[in-house]
Ligand binder design. Structure first.
Ligand code: GCO
Length: 263
C-alpha cells in the first residue's frame, strides 16, 4: 500500500531548541508521523534528559545532544556525531531562538547582536553542514521558524523583529540556492502562542493579553500543538514543490487590520 504523503517513517529530524515549547510541539508532530527525533540544548543535559523522557512517553524515538547553534565548530562536530550515531539528517527545523523585550533606544548593542546571532546567524550556521550532507544524498527539508515579527513590528521587540525579518529573507535565499539540489526550504511563522516565551504578556487582565484576543480573528492564543500539522506538511513529500514560502499559523491575525474593541 502506498505510503501517506505525510508519512515520515525512516526519516531523521533535527529540531533545535526542542526541549520545550513550540519546538517540542513540532517535534512531537514529526515523531508521531514516524520520524526519529534529534533535539539539542545549548546548556543543560538535564533539560535534554527530561525532554527525551517526554518524547518516549509518547512512543517517539528521540536522541539529545548538547551544543550551541552559534558555535560553528561545535555544530559541525555535533552534525558529524548525529549522522554517525543516529543517521543522516533528512529534516532540519531551525527553531532555537531568544527574545529580548527592550525599546531600541534602551537596548545595549551587545544585546541586539546576541539576538541576531542566535535567531538569525544560528540558522545559517546550523544549516550549512546539514544541507551539505543533504545535497550529497539527493535532497532534504529545512524549516526556519520565523514569526509574525517577520512581517510586523511591535514596541520593544526590534532586535527580534530584525532577526525574524532577516530569517524570512534567508529562507527565500536558501530556497533559491538549494532547490536545484532537491532541498526545499520554508518558514513557519507562528502568531501569538501560549508558551513560556509569551507567559509574561499573557496573564489574565494583562493589556497585551486582552489586545491579542481581540486582534486575533480566531479569538484565542495559539496552542503549541496547532503548529504540528504545518511542520509535518513542510517536512514531507507533500511539499516537494513548495519552497521559499513562509506559512503563517496565526489564527488570522495577519489577514486583518482588526476591529474596534467594542464591536
Ligand atoms: C512578542 C511575542 C512575539 C511572539 C511571536 C509572534 O513579544 O510580541 O513574544 O514575538 O512570541 O514571535 O510570532
Amino acid at each position: 500500500m502506498s505510503k501517506s504523503l505525510f508519512d515520515l517513517n525512516g526519516k531523521v529530524a533535527l529540531v533545535t531548541g526542542a526541549t520545550h515549547g513550540l519546538g517540542m510541539a513540532m517535534a512531537m508532530g514529526l515523531g508521531e508521523a514516524g520520524a526519529v527525533i534529534v533535539i539539542n540544548d545549548r546548556k543543560s543535559d538535564d533539560n535534554i534528559a527530561a525532554a527525551i523522557d517526554q518524547y518516549k512517553s509518547r512512543g517517539i524515538t528521540a536522541h539529545g545532544y548538547r551544543f550551541d547553534i552559534t558555535d560553528e565548530p561545535g555544530v559541525e562536530a555535533a552534525v558529524a556525531r548525529i549522522e554517525k550515531e543516529v543517521g543522516p539528517i533528512d529534516i532540519l527545523v531551525n527553531n532555537a531562538g531568544i527574545i529580548k523585550r527592550v525599546p531600541l533606544l534602551e537596548m545595549p548593542t551587545e544585546d541586539f547582536e546576541e539576538v541576531i546571532r542566535i535567531d538569525l546567524t544560528g540558522a545559517f550556521v546550523m544549516s550549512k553542514p546539514v544541507v551539505k550532507s543533504m545535497i550529497e544524498r539527493g535532497g532534504g527539508k529545512v524549516i526556519n521558524i520565523c514569526s509574525m515579527m517577520s512581517e510586523l513590528g511591535r514596541d520593544s521587540v526590534g532586535a527580534y523583529a530584525a532577526a525574524k525579518g532577516g530569517l524570512k529573507m534567508l529562507t527565500r535565499n536558501m530556497a533559491t540556492e538549494w532547490a536545484k539540489h532537491n532541498v526545499q526550504v520554508n518558514g513557519i511563522g507562528p502568531g501569538y502562542f501560549a508558551t513560556s516565551q509569551t507567559a509574561p504578556i499573557r496573564v489574565d487582565g494583562h493589556p497585551f493579553n486582552d489586545f491579542i484576543i481581540q486582534r486575533t480573528p480566531a479569538g484565542r492564543w495559539g496552542e503549541p500543538s496547532d503548529l504540528a500539522g504545518t511542520a509535518v506538511f513542510l517536512s514531507s513529500r507533500a511539499s516537494d514543490f513548495v519552497t521559499g514560502q513562509v506559512v503563517y499559523v496565526d489564527g488570522g491575525i495577519l489577514a486583518t487590520i482588526g476591529k474596534p474593541a467594542n464591536e
